[in-house]
Design a protein around this ligand. Structure first.
Ligand SMILES: *Cc1c(COP(=O)(O)O)cnc(C)c1O
Length: 354
C-alpha cells in the first residue's frame, strides 16, 4: 500500500548501539525515546537490542502498546502526568517525570490502590521554559516527595532544546546538579539519577564536557534519524538512512509556474507566493498535509523539487528529473523529525519495518 514508510530496523539498532556505547564510556545510560514512532514495538525492541537501559515515551497509549507487545521496558513516561489519567500512569509507567506536588499526591494514592510502586524524577526547568519546577521550588516539592509512600524519588531531570531551543551547557547542567543536591538534603538521602536532556546533549558527551554527575540521557532523534535538529547537525557517526517515505505519482503534466486568475488564500488560509519560471513539468503525489507537511520532505531522486501541498495532494516540480516520469511511479523522500512523527501518526501511511 502507498504511501508507505520504509523503516530499516537494523539501521536503528546500529544507531542505538553507537549512541549507547559512546554514552556508556562517559558513565551515561540511555533511555530510547519512542514517541517519534508512536511506540512501534518493532522499533522500540531495536533500541533495546542496541543497548538502551529502558524506553521512554510521552504517551500512555504508546507505553501500553509496547507492554502489550511483550517488551519488558522499564518504561519512562516523558510527559508530566495529566490528573485525569493518573490511574493509567500508576498502572503503566515505571518511571515518571513530575513537577506538580498535587499530581504527586494523587499519583501516590493511585499507586497505593494499584499496589504498584513507581519511581519519580523531579523535572527541573533550567531555562528552556517548557515543563519543570523553577529551582526555588525544590524545598517545598521536596517535602511533598519525602511524604510519599508508593512513589519513590530517584533523582532529577531536565529538558532543553524543545520549547526555547536552549542548548545544554555546563551552566544549566550544573544548575540541575545543584537542584539535585538541594533535593537530597531535603530528603536526607542520596539520589541515583540526573537525567540531562535528549539528543542535543550528545555533543557534550562527544566532547567530554558533560558535567560529571549527569548520568542519563533520553535519546530519540539521534537513534531514529541520525540527526540533531536543535544542535543543527547531521551526526557523522550515525546512519541517516533509517527510514524513507514512498508515495505514488498520480499526474504528470506541463503547467505554468504561476497560477492563473485572481489569487485569494490557499486551502490553509495562507497567501501563496510564486516565482515565474515559465512552463514546467510537474507531478502530483497521492500524499498530502494530512500525512506529512511538505516542508518535512527531502526528495531522494535527483531533479525533484517539492513545491507545496494541500490536504491530499503534494505538488512537485520535476523539470530536472532525468528520464521518463510516469503516472503510477513511486518517488522516495527522507523525513525530518516532525515529518516522521506525522507519518507515524497518519493512519493512511503504511509503516513497513524491514
Ligand atoms: C522528546 C523528549 C526527549 C527526546 O528528544 P530527542 O531530541 O528526540 O532525543 C527527551 N526528553 C523529553 C522530556 C522529551 O519530551
Amino acid at each position: 500500500m502507498l504511501p508507505a514508510l520504509l523503516v530499516s530496523r537494523s539501521s536503528i539498532a546500529e544507531n542505538s548501539s553507537r549512541v549507547c556505547s559512546l554514552c556508556r564510556s562517559a558513565g551515561v545510560e540511555v533511555f530510547g525515546v519512542t514517541k517519534g514512532v508512536c511506540g512501534d514495538p518493532r522499533i522500540a525492541s531495536a533500541m533495546l537490542e542496541g543497548g538502551c537501559s529502558g524506553l521512554a515515551d510521552s504517551r500512555l497509549e504508546n507505553i501500553a502498546r509496547m507492554r502489550e507487545a511483550g517488551l519488558k521496558g522499564p518504561f519512562m513516561l516523558l510527559r508530566i502526568p495529566s490528573p485525569s489519567r493518573i490511574g493509567e500512569v500508576a498502572r503503566l509507567a515505571d518511571v515518571v517525570l513530575v513537577s506538580e506536588g498535587e499530581v504527586l499526591r494523587a499519583l501516590d494514592e493511585a499507586c497505593a490502590s494499584e499496589g504498584r510502586r513507581v519511581q519519580a524524577l523531579l523535572m527541573v526547568d533550567v531555562g528552556d521554559l517548557r515543563e519543570g519546577i523553577w529551582p526555588d521550588e525544590v524545598r517545598s516539592i521536596g517535602r511533598v516527595l519525602g511524604g510519599l509512600r508508593w512513589v519513590r524519588p530517584i533523582g532529577v531531570a531536565t529538558n532543553v532544546g524543545c520549547f526555547g531551543g536552549v542548548l545544554p551547557d555546563s551552566r544549566n547542567m550544573g544548575l540541575l546538579l545543584e537542584v539535585k543536591e538541594a533535593l537530597e538534603e531535603v530528603l536526607g538521602e542520596g539520589l541515583p539519577v540526573a537525567s540531562g536532556s535528549g539528543t542535543v546533549g550528545l555533543r557534550l558527551v562527544e566532547e567530554g564536557t558533560m558535567p560529571a554527575g549527569i548520568n542519563q540521557l533520553r535519546i530519540g532523534e539521534a537513534i531514529l534519524l541520525g540527526r540533531d535538529t536543535t544542535g543543527d547537525r547531521v551526526i557523522g557517526y550515525l546512519r541517516q538512512d533509517t527510514m524513507r517515505l514512498q508515495a505514488e505519482v498520480i499526474e504528470v503534466k506541463r503547467k505554468p509556474s504561476v497560477p492563473i486568475g485572481e489569487v485569494g488564500l490557499d486551502a490553509f488560509g495562507r497567501k501563496p507566493a510564486f516565482v515565474d519560471r515559465g512552463v514546467r513539468r510537474r507531478a502530483l503525489l497521492a500524499l498530502g498535509k494530512q500525512d506529512v507537511h511538505p516542508s518535512s520532505l527531502t526528495p531522494l531522486e535527483e531533479g525533484v523539487e517539492v513545491l507545496g501541498a494541500s490536504s491530499d495532494h503534494t505538488v512537485l516540480d520535476v523539470e530536472g528529473y532525468r528520464g521518463r516520469l510516469e503516472v503510477g511511479q513511486v518517488l522516495s523522500f527522507s523525513l525530518d523529525y516532525p515529518g516522521m512523527l506525522s507519518c507515524f501518526t497518519s493512519p493512511y501511511v503504511e509503516k513497513r519495518v524491514v
